[in-house]
Design a protein around this ligand. Structure first.
Ligand code: F1P
Length: 289
C-alpha cells in the first residue's frame, strides 16, 4: 500500500495542479495573519507552508504543533491540517481558538470531526491514503500551496516520474544512521523524511536546519551515516560532512521529488530489515486519545 501510494504521487500532483487556483484562499487572503496547526507529518507540513506563505509575501504566518499551541497571539485565520480529520490534539486546539479568526481545514476526508468544526475546508480526498505512514497527502498539500503562490511547477510531475523509473542510487544496507537537512520550507521536508525512516523502518534518523548540523550533531556522523540534503546543494556543507566519512546524498530535483526519494529509501530500508512499511510498530492511521 505505502509503495503504491508513493508511486502514485506524480499523478496525484498532476490532478492537484489543475485546481490550484481553488486552493490558495484556504491559507488566507494576502495580508491575513495565519496560524497553521497539525500533528506528526501534518505539523511538518504546517512548518513548510508557513515558510512558503511568508516567502511568497502573503502575510505573517506561524506554524505550531497542535499539542503545544495555546491561545496568545491574534490571528485572522487558523488552519488545521489533518489527513484523517480526527486527530485529538488538532481537534482540541481548534476548540481553544477564541472567537474571531476564520477556522479552516486542509483535510483528506470530508464530514469528519475537524471538517465539522471548521468554517471552511479544502478536502483533498483524491490525495487521501489507506496507509498509516503518510506520503502523498503531505506532498500534494505542498504542491497545491506552491502552485497557488504562483510558483512554476510545470516540471514537477515529469521529474517525479523520472525519479520513480530508476532504482534508488543508494544501498540502504550500507547505513545505520540517517540524517536529513533542509532550510526554509525544506526544513519541514527534512523532518518529514526523518519521520518516514522512524515510522516505516524503525531506524535511527535525525533532522536539522542545514547549517545547524555543524553546530554539534555532526559529532556523531560516521561512515555508516547517510546525510540527505534538501533544496539546493551547499557545497561547503557537503564537504564538511564528507570529511567525517559520512555519505552525502543530494538529488538535483524539486524538493518534493527529493522527499519522494526519501520515502522510497524508508520503504527499502524497512524491507531490508524484514519489516513491512504497511504495518509500522505502535502506530495507527489516526491517533485518537
Ligand atoms: C497525523 C499523524 C500522522 C502519523 C500517524 C498518526 O495524522 O500523526 O502524521 O503518520 O499516522 O497520525 P493526521 O492528523 O494528519 O490525520
Amino acid at each position: 500500500t505505502t509503495s503504491r501510494e508513493i508511486a502514485s504521487q506524480p499523478d496525484v500532483w498532476a490532478r492537484a495542479l489543475t485546481d490550484a487556483h481553488t486552493a490558495g484562499a484556504v491559507l488566507g487572503q494576502p495580508g491575513d495573519r495565519t496560524l497553521i496547526l497539525g500533528c506528526g507529518t501534518s505539523a511538518f507540513v504546517a512548518e513548510s507552508l508557513a515558510a512558503l506563505r511568508e516567502a511568497a509575501g502573503q502575510g505573517e504566518t506561524d506554524a505550531a504543533y497542535a499539542s503545544e499551541w495555546r491561545p496568545g497571539r491574534r490571528y485572522d485565520r487558523v488552519v488545521a491540517i489533518s489527513r484523517s480529520g480526527t486527530t485529538t490534539e488538532v481537534v482540541d486546539a481548534l476548540r481553544l481558538v477564541p472567537d474571531g479568526p476564520v477556522r479552516a481545514g486542509i483535510l483528506g476526508v470530508a464530514g469528519t470531526t475537524l471538517d465539522l468544526a471548521c468554517d471552511e475546508s479544502l478536502v483533498l480526498d483524491y490525495a487521501d491514503e489507506s496507509s498509516v505512514v503518510q506520503t502523498r497527502f503531505p506532498t500534494t498539500v505542498l504542491a497545491l500551496a506552491r502552485a497557488s503562490f504562483d510558483e512554476d511547477l510545470t516540471g514537477l510531475v515529469e521529474e517525479g516520474r523520472t525519479a520513480l523509473a530508476a532504482p534508488l542510487p543508494v544501498r540502504v544496507q550500507d547505513y545505520d544512521h540517517f540524517v536529513f537537512l533542509g532550510t526554509s520550507w525544506t526544513y519541514g521536508l527534512a523532518q518529514e523524511a526523518a519521520l518516514k525512516i522512524r515510522e516505516a523502518a524503525q531506524a535511527w534518523s535525525e533532522s536539522y536546519p542545514a547549517l545547524d548540523y555543524r553546530h554539534g550533531p555532526i559529532a556523531v556522523a560516521h561512515p555508516g551515516t547517510l546525510v540527505m540534503l534538501f533544496g539546493a546543494l551547499d557545497r561547503a556543507l557537503a564537504a564538511d560532512i564528507e570529511r567525517t566519512g559520512a555519505r552525502v546524498w543530494h538529488i538535483d530535483a524539486d524538493p518534493l521529488v527529493q522527499l519522494l526519494q526519501a520515502q522510497r529509501l524508508a520503504v527499502e530500508l524497512a524491507e531490508s530489515r524484514g519489516l513491512s512499511p504497511d504495518r509500522p510498530r505502535h502506530l495507527t492511521r489516526s491517533v485518537v486519545l
